[in-house]
Design a protein around this ligand. Sequence first.
Ligand SMILES: *[C@@H]1O[C@H](CO)[C@@H](O)[C@H](O)[C@H]1NC(C)=O
Ligand SMILES: *[C@@H]1O[C@H](CO)[C@@H](O)[C@H](O)[C@H]1NC(C)=O
Ligand SMILES: *[C@@H]1O[C@H](CO)[C@@H](O)[C@H](O)[C@H]1NC(C)=O
Ligand SMILES: *[C@@H]1O[C@H](CO)[C@@H](O)[C@H](O)[C@H]1NC(C)=O
Ligand SMILES: *[C@@H]1O[C@H](CO)[C@@H](O)[C@H](O)[C@H]1NC(C)=O
Ligand SMILES: *[C@@H]1O[C@H](CO)[C@@H](O)[C@H](O)[C@H]1NC(C)=O
Ligand SMILES: *[C@@H]1O[C@H](CO)[C@@H](O)[C@H](O)[C@H]1NC(C)=O
Length: 332
Amino acid sequence: MRTSTQPFLTALALTGVAFSQDVSGTTKFQSSNKRGLIYMTSDHPSDDQIWVEDNSDLTWYYDYTDTPAATYSNRSQEEFEFVPMLWGSANSSGFASEIRSQITSGRNITHILTFNEPDGTTSTGGSAISPADAASIWIQDVEPLRNESIKIGAPAVTGSQSGLTWLSEFFSNCTSLKTNCTVDFIPLHWYGDFQGLASYLGQVVATYPNTTIWITEYALANADLKDTQAFFQTSAEYFDRLDYIERYSYFGSFRSSVSNVGPNAAMLTQGGQLTDIGSWYLGGAATGNVPSSSSSSSSPTGSGATGVGYKLDSYSAVLRALAFSLLVLAFV
Ligand SMILES: *[C@@H]1O[C@H](CO)[C@@H](O)[C@H](O)[C@H]1NC(C)=O
Ligand SMILES: *[C@@H]1O[C@H](CO)[C@@H](O)[C@H](O)[C@H]1NC(C)=O
Ligand SMILES: *[C@@H]1O[C@H](CO)[C@@H](O)[C@H](O)[C@H]1NC(C)=O
Ligand SMILES: *[C@@H]1O[C@H](CO)[C@@H](O)[C@H](O)[C@H]1NC(C)=O
Ligand SMILES: *[C@@H]1O[C@H](CO)[C@@H](O)[C@H](O)[C@H]1NC(C)=O
Ligand SMILES: *[C@@H]1O[C@H](CO)[C@@H](O)[C@H](O)[C@H]1NC(C)=O
Ligand SMILES: *[C@@H]1O[C@H](CO)[C@@H](O)[C@H](O)[C@H]1NC(C)=O
């Protein structure tokens, strides 16, 4: 991951639309079959079951590797779809054969992800690979998997201008090597506010028209709880509404006490209970469980947040965002 906020004025138009379908006023957050899990191992293996309870909306997951998480490995693709990833250059040589072997043994792999944040440094979780190296690896180890039954995601660059530059160089280097490196969808990451996210998406759609998009990591990092929740609701509604966004996975499937994006973005409290965001993401109601950065504090439960109350908060956030945008426009 990497944090980046790049607000553009183009977000103004999009922001207005995004709020026209705000929460319905019922306490349950809207359901969606686009949502997936970013699986990370934790010190609390029992947390793994939270994401796959019977009432969970989550339909798929990825774990940054080419093999299913042990904890879900007895679930079929129909039950909980595993999406393998070719993480970086060190993982490329055995990748295609691993995928083929899983298919042969009965796992119906239909989508794969490639190169986690190749433009990012290893210290921030990136796979630090040049566009030219990625292009040759792609041609040798990824392209052979491309057929009607396997859809391939573009390298998952960081949510930044340098990420988009990396991606365009990658395609250009592929072309130099006489291959188009055709992708079936483009995964995006975003850490920042909603206006920046909408603007970034607009930029990608303008650059790569008619391409399906997955948002495979996103969160508003290190913000207060109210803004973090407003961001979560607005972006989920936005992703659910846009047809070209096929899937999304929120970066928050961990306890608030170990979060590297701030406690408020986490879907679990320090005690391992679903936060409001965690429950909403699964298609449930607010829990009132407040996340904390401290692992020792008690985990209060309650029914403080209601859908109606939330809607008003969210609405006032829109008004503030609009007022801010108008202010910016006035100075252009
Ligand atoms: C991918 O390569 C990295 C760097 O060598 C390594 O840490 C990681 O375990 C590898 N992952 C897989 C799935 O092979
Ligand atoms: C997978 O194994 C777990 C126990 O490890 C069990 O609770 C669960 O029902 C199994 N799921 C399936 C789909 O077999
Ligand atoms: C697609 O690729 C997979 C993995 O290599 C292979 O098992 C499958 O037979 C291929 N399907 C077609 C239609 O070529
Ligand atoms: C694999 O899954 C895809 C998508 O759900 C489906 O269309 C296809 O029929 C499945 N293939 C097999 C062999 O089950
Ligand atoms: C890759 O593409 C970029 C942008 O077109 C170009 O500057 C660079 O020289 C290319 N690298 C190679 C090795 O072709
Ligand atoms: C690459 O794309 C161009 C333009 O769409 C097309 O004409 C060409 O046949 C493609 N090349 C390959 C190798 O797919
Ligand atoms: C996008 O897809 C539509 C429908 O297939 C097509 O009419 C249009 O030309 C495409 N636009 C671009 C820029 O490829």
